[in-house]
Design a protein around this ligand. Structure first.
Ligand code: AMP
Length: 449
């Protein structure tokens, strides 16, 4: 596909620093027939359309189609969509559009130590990915952007904040650190985005979120994105949002339809050799294997390496550059398996992950939805395999209750009937002892519940 010539909406007299902000009416400049007319019809103009074309996008995803118009209008928004459905572009694109329009309208510079738009995310990795998306989609708009996360040197962060920012992407802890040191003020921030809001609450970020929200401009736009919508998120939305538009893509609580979910019951002691056989039986797998603990992740990574499976580990005991190296090795295909704990893996967007394996069940049912959402991204299919030992039956019931179906070994599902499953199964009947994974072809679509 040809990349078209760029027409910037920013007049030469206004170098992108001078405006009052992103609020106010949007100017519909550069209206013309663009090959990406699905995005154009949503109200995006040429600099963004060209960037999307260069990214190889052709049409908006459902969450983009529904979220972009209200965000462009300046409305608050609460959006529920499974991970991997294009949520990032659903808020980044309209905010960039409004930024460009506000620049074109002229105004004053963003002040040192302030940011017009604040995006809060639960993890450093997700913050990095959102910043990459801002730079990619905003390549013809050149927003002043910085990522402020823990585990990195303060010096460059002070410098970025001193310049004043259009878009600040941050994790709550490090942002509060800057606020306390006086290097960041939020009183001129007109847009707050809470991404993966349910994960932020799981990680105990509710108090920092409240504290940060209280420092923002009173007249502001707030966008809340979440893969699941537990009551706590509804409450938070009630506190922070005003008459929000609501967007729900698919069933709010069920994982993406494109994921085949299998359950294999087996004793803990058999999981490792089952996993090795499974990975070896697959042709060119790209698998993320989740463990409950950091030590468990490290141990399993070493065991997989010894068994001849190329892997990398990502968990909270690794520093930022180690995590980044592991992620890069996985992303570039130098290793086929990423062993991860929940905290480290949240929001990771790696294309073409074929399998998610729950080596241990997650402590919360919502985490299951997030874990398996690492596969079947951007229109692909994927397989999620959960290895469950007898002591994990209670956690399994919580998951099945949340997603509304019982899982099974062959990937078929049937509606969840309620009540906790008996924990006292007889060994022979409960576990697929001695069963070995078969070589898999293309994953089948999940059968209807
Ligand atoms: P997200 O849910 O934001 O993590 O996005 C998941 C993946 O979908 C990312 O790799 C995006 O680059 C990709 N993506 C987002 N929007 C589109 C689109 N409209 N067309 C094709 N791919 C997209």
């Amino acid at each position: 596909m040809m990349i078209r010539a760029v027409t910037s909406p920013v007049p030469p007299s206004c170098d992108g620093r001078g405006e009052d902000g992103v609020g106010g009416k949007r100017s519909r400049t550069n209206k013309k027939d663009h090959p990406l007319n699905g995005f154009e019809e949503l109200g995006l103009s040429t600099p963004l359309l060209d960037a999307l074309e260069a990214s190889g996008y052709e049409n908006p995803t459902p969450v983009q189609a529904q979220a972009i118009p209200p965000v462009l209008e300046g409305r608050d928004l609460i959006a529920t969509a499974a991970t991997g459905t294009g949520k990032t572009a659903a808020f980044v694109l309209p905010l960039l559009e409004r930024l460009a329009a506000a620049r074109a309208a002229g105004g004053r510079r963003v002040r040192p130590g302030t940011a017009r738009i604040l995006v809060l995310t639960p993890t450093r990795e997700l913050a990095g990915q959102i910043t990459d998306a801002v730079r990619r989609y905003g390549r013809h708009i050149s927003p002043r952007t910085a990522v402020i996360v823990g585990g990195q040197k303060m010096g460059p962060q002070f410098a970025a904040l001193r310049g004043g920012l259009d878009i600040l992407v941050a994790t709550p802890g490090r942002l509060i650190d800057h606020i306390e040191r006086g290097s960041c003020r939020l009183d001129e921030t007109q847009v707050l985005v809470l991404d993966e809001a349910d994960q932020m609450l799981d990680l105990g970020f509710l108090p920092p979120i409240r504290r940060i929200a209280a420092l923002l401009a009173e007249e502001r736009q707030t966008l809340l994105f979440s893969a699941t919508m537990p009551k706590a998120i509804r409450r938070l939305a009630g506190e922070l949002l005003t008459q929000p538009a609501e967007v729900t893509i698919g069933e709010a609580r069920s994982p993406a339809e494109a994921i085949e979910q299998r359950l294999v019951r087996m004793p803990q002691a058999e999981k490792r050799s089952y996993l090795v056989d499974l990975l070896k039986a697959e042709k060119a797998p790209r698998a993320i294997v989740f463990t409950r603990t950091k030590r468990g992740a490290e141990r399993l990574h070493r065991q997989l390496e010894r068994a001849g499976c190329r892997s990398a580990a990502i968990h909270g005991d690794k520093n930022q550059s180690q995590r980044q190296r592991a992620l890069d090795a996985f992303r570039r295909g130098r290793v086929e398996i990423l062993v991860a704990t929940d905290v480290a893996a949240r929001g990771i967007d790696v294309r073409d992950v074929t399998h998610v394996v729950n080596f241990d069940l997650p402590q919360t049912a919502e985490s299951y939805v997030h874990r398996i959402g690492r596969t079947a991204r951007a229109g692909k299919t994927g397989i999620a395999i959960t290895l469950c030992d007898a002591s994990e039956s209670g956690l399994l019931s919580d998951i099945e209750r949340l997603i509304g179906v019982h899982l099974s070994a062959d990937g078929s599902t049937r509606p969840f009937e309620g009540g906790r499953e008996s924990k006292g199964r007889g060994k022979g009947q409960a576990y697929g002892r001695g069963r070995r994974p078969r070589r898999q072809g293309r994953p089948a679509r999940r059968r209807a519940a």
